[in-house]
Design a protein around this ligand. Structure first.
Ligand code: ADP
Ligand code: F6P
Length: 320
């Protein structure tokens, strides 16, 4: 029987995490279960940074970006003895189940705690959309909106100056933000971990677009951690018809009020997390697959390949 549920946010923050905290809190309280907020991810478990959560504590956060509880990365949490201390702290606080909102690293921590006796449920909270076991993560849609708004603005100036805008977006080795942005903004090229990167090919393509197609401007969307975008922009200026300019969207992508879609997703997933814990289930993660809220063992999700986006890369190619 679950009497007190803890909730924490871990890893990189994502818009919609607050909506998930609110959902978990309200659904649990409405089921007669107490809720405790844990500050700063797993660090809060180690430092016993706990706060009782009431209905009103989660008022006015549904529309806020970031996370009310704070987030952190705690590399030491991989060690068994640190996890044991956290289990002791949870037991001392009377917390008998935990909802962990974060990415796949956070899921691994949730699995370790479940194996040590505290049932945990993982909710996918990251702008990267890089978590297996779900079609979409909480925060991705909002980050995509930010990317689209910004690239639309870049297009205005880029087309006025016969430029090629090279725009670096986040994604942490997952190309979804780049791919979706490229499709939504009508980019000329998308470069991501899935497409691979060949500098010569990029220059050749831009030469073709400038010389043969006589395009006035070009937008290239590129995932982070692939190349030095400033150096690429310089080469574009030197070797093609276009004047190259690089823009790194950076942490702007992590902020902002969550979209309606992220608020819905977070609210639905929070409900599922509490229902699973009330059924005595732990070590699972929640996902949305074909618009149905689902759950599966974290271990199974971590072993699954990421959902293929081949059809969307094909769509992009057919749209240029
Ligand atoms: P994300 O959850 O967004 O993937 P990280 O990979 O940084 O972000 O993980 C967040 C936190 O989860 C880490 O700082 C660490 O505390 C915990 N964590 C990551 N990997 C593991 C692991 N293998 N075992 C236990 N805890 C982990
Ligand atoms: O996982 C979210 C994310 O924003 C990634 O897209 C990015 O690679 C990373 O976190 C940046 O981390 P930090 O906030 O530590 O710079």
């Amino acid at each position: 029987m679950v009497r007190k549920i803890g909730v924490l946010t871990s890893g990189g923050d994502a818009p919609g995490m607050n909506a998930a905290i609110r959902s978990v809190t309200r659904i649990a309280l409405n089921n007669g279960v107490e809720v405790v907020g844990v500050y700063n991810g797993y660090r809060g478990l180690l430092e016993e940074s706990f706060v009782p959560m009431t209905r009103s504590d989660v008022s006015d956060i549904l529309d806020r970006g970031g996370t009310k509880l704070g987030s952190a990365r705690l590399p030491e949490f991989k060690k068994g003895e640190i996890q044991d201390t956290c289990i002791r702290n949870l037991n001392r606080a009377g917390i008998d189940a935990l909802v962990v909102i974060g990415g796949d690293g956070s899921y691994r921590g949730a699995l370790a705690l479940t194996q040590k006796g505290i049932n945990c449920i993982g909710l996918p909270g990251t702008i990267d959309n890089d978590i297996p076991g779900t079609d979409f993560t909480i925060g991705f849609d909002t980050a995509l909106r930010t990317c689209v708004e910004n690239v639309d603005k870049l297009r205005d100036t880029s087309s006025s100056h016969h430029r090629c805008s090279i725009v670096e977006v986040m994604g942490n080795r997952c190309g979804d933000l780049a791919l979706y942005t490229a499709i939504c903004c009508g980019a000329e090229m998308v470069i991501s971990p899935e497409t691979g990167y060949d500098e010569l090919e990029v220059i050749e393509r831009l030469r073709y677009l400038g010389d043969a197609v006589k395009k006035n401007h070009a937008i290239v969307i590129i995932s982070e951690k692939i190349c030095d975008v400033d150096a690429l922009a310089k080469k574009v200026s030197q070797q093609t018809e276009f004047s190259g300019r690089a823009t790194v969207l950076g942490h702007i992508q992590r902020g902002g009020s969550p979209t309606a879609s992220d608020r819905m997703l977070a609210s639905r997933m929070g409900e599922k997390a509490v229902d699973l814990l009330m059924e005595g289930i732990g070590g699972h993660c929640v996902g949305i697959i074909d618009n149905e809220i689902t759950s599966m063992p974290i271990q199974e999700a971590l072993e699954r390949p990421r959902k293929s986006r081949k059809h969307l890369y094909r769509l992009f190619d057919r749209l240029v």
